[in-house]
Design a protein around this ligand. Structure first.
Ligand code: SGN
Ligand code: CA
Length: 524
């Protein structure tokens, strides 16, 4: 299904693309006329690699996001350090794991006095901005301009905080966020300086509310159920205890929009509670377009009277349709930004990054949401187009703590020694890459919390993954051989014959915990 997994076996296919660009800082006299490097970092919220056609064509075509891949590098083994929004964003800004940057779960508040890559760029003369979802509670620091959504933000007519002032803006969040980015690029920034723009869409976060113009897309499409949709979680206790099941935990009104005005498929109280949240910020025109679409779906749903597995499959289809409608809008808006760069002669001196704050379950294991160190949520899409860099696939294991040092090095700004990530710049240039780590470290902390995923840390190598779920009176280990069991259904921890492998992975885990300052979590 995911064609890029097979391609990970291929070697890098690299060719030079675009014109040469000099880093901004430290330019010598004779190259001063060359343009400094701008940074455009685009990050969506919960955008799965399964729904980017550069990675996987099963569900949707994303021609505009694919433009970045076609002209740059597609990372086929890209991961996060902690699969949840705020922590991921903090890892990305600091180049440090959650424990080190202090933002371990979504209830944290980011210590904005600490070092971040936008601050370091700003100090070296960059004009910096963040537009869209922020989700770090404290006000942004290190930005000349910030225009952020409050918390998760709303899909319709969202309220932003623009440099400290609240402003409600009419329209659909992805379009509004794009317009703000174009406005800053075209008329608000100081054009004598190179720019670093973090463009953070709230889409496609739950509850996957499409733009009115996309509501009728995919209406007749039936998507294939993932192989693991009916996973029984045998041998994986923490997986069996979560609350992110499409069948059991996805809400018929709130998530799937079946707000039946006659209240025959749910109670009146449910309609009032969830309906209020769903329509909360829509204006009458938007609400009318919304109802014109969903009222028909509600009528058909009521007439069908689905139960059991048929109902589960319907929920999956409905979820996929809305999610993919939201992605259609994201892709269209990425196209707008790329067109702007092209029309304004910025493509040959702008590093473009496309990523998500983490991966997401598109029904694999029967789930939506993220958090687990299992592949679908541990992975995240990552595309980077460096002018003058290479094109093709990079198969090395990379992580979101690597973005900050990559961007700093690309901009010619020294990478501070305390940054834990590794610069990916050599990979973008087709050069040798010798990271300090020999495996990836992961740690998820948020518990108790929505979706009931137990805290866990673990280590991943090219072939194996060892996870430890922990808590008061809770200790569960899982070991997967990803070459033999790509869907992680067969926990081989404790099985005869795995002793040596387990010891060596535990040693790697211990070393990473020491390297990243989490000695207190070491388990013998
Ligand atoms: C909200 C969602 C959750 C989601 C978290 C974290 N519930 O609480 O489903 O896991 O955000 O997501 S909702 O009812 O408010 O939609 S994150 O991407 O921001 O970390
Ligand atoms: Ca997210």
């Amino acid at each position: 299904m995911n064609d890029f997994f097979d391609k990970t076996k291929q070697m890098l296919c690299l060719s030079m693309a675009g014109a040469a660009v000099m880093p901004f800082a430290g330019c010598s006299e004779q190259v001063k006329e060359q343009k400094p490097l701008n940074i455009l970092y685009i990050m969506c919220d919960d955008h799965s690699y399964q729904t980017i056609s550069a990675y996987d064509t099963t569900y949707i075509q994303t021609p505009n996001i694919d433009r970045i891949a076609a002209d740059g590098v597609r990372f086929t083994n890209s991961f996060v350090a902690n699969s949840i929004s705020g922590p991921s964003r903090a890892c990305m800004l600091t180049g440090k794991h959650s424990f080190t940057n202090g933002f371990t779960d979504n209830s944290s508040s980011f210590d904005g006095s600490q070092q971040t890559f936008p601050k370091l760029l700003q100090q070296q003369g960059y004009e910096t901005a963040v537009i869209g979802k922020w989700h770090l509670t404290s006000d942004p620091t290190g930005f000349n301009h910030w225009d952020i959504l409050i918390g998760q933000g709303d899909y319709y007519n969202p309220t932003f905080i623009c440099n400290g002032e609240k402003v409600q803006r009419k329209g659909y969040a992805t379009n509004v966020t794009t317009d703000l980015a174009i406005e800053w690029l075209s008329s608000q920034r100081d054009k004598n300086k190179p720019f670093c723009l973090l463009l953070h869409h709230k889409a496609p976060h739950r509850t996957w509310m499409p733009d009115t113009c996309d509501l009728d897309l995919f209406t007749d499409t039936n998507f294939p159920l993932p192989e693991t949709f009916y996973d029984d979680y045998k041998g994986r206790r923490a997986a069996s205890e979560q609350k992110m099941s499409i069948s059991k935990d996805m809400d018929i009104i709130y998530d799937l929009k079946m707000a039946d005005k006659d209240s025959t498929i749910h109670s009146r109280a449910d309609l009032e509670e969830w309906g209020r949240r769903m329509y909360r910020t829509m204006d009458p025109e938007q609400k009318a377009a919304w109802d014109a679409h969903y009222d028909k779906v509600i009528a058909a749903f009521k007439a069908a009277g689905l139960k059991g597995k048929e109902l589960d499959a319907w929920k999956f289809q409905q979820y996929m349709r809305d999610y993919l409608r939201v992605i259609t809008s994201v892709d269209r808006n990425i196209g707008v930004v790329l067109d702007y760069l092209e029309a304004n002669d910025l493509m040959d001196n702008t590093l473009i990054v496309y990523t998500s704050d983490q991966g997401f379950y598109m029904g694999e294991h029967g789930w939506f949401d993220k958090r687990f160190m299992y592949e679908e949520s541990f992975r995240t899409p990552l595309l980077m187009r460096l002018p003058g860099g290479v094109k093709g696939d990079v198969i090395q294991l990379v992580q979101n703590i690597d973005y900050a040092p990559t961007i700093l090095e690309a901009a010619g700004v020294p990478v501070p020694a305390d940054i834990q990530g590794e610069s990916l710049l050599p990979l973008l240039k087709g050069e040798q890459w010798n990271p300090k780590r020999d495996a990836l470290y992961y740690h998820y902390y948020e518990y108790p919390a929505e979706h009931a995923v137990r805290p866990h840390y673990g280590v991943r190598t090219e072939q194996y993954k060892l996870i430890h779920f922990y808590g008061d009176n809770y200790s569960e280990w899982e070991l997967f051989d990803l070459a033999a069991d790509k869907n992680e259904l067969n926990n081989i921890y404790g099985q005869a014959g795995t002793e040596q492998l387990t010891d060596s992975l535990k040693a790697k885990l211990r070393n990473l915990q020491i390297m990243y300052g989490e000695q207190q979590f070491i388990q013998e």
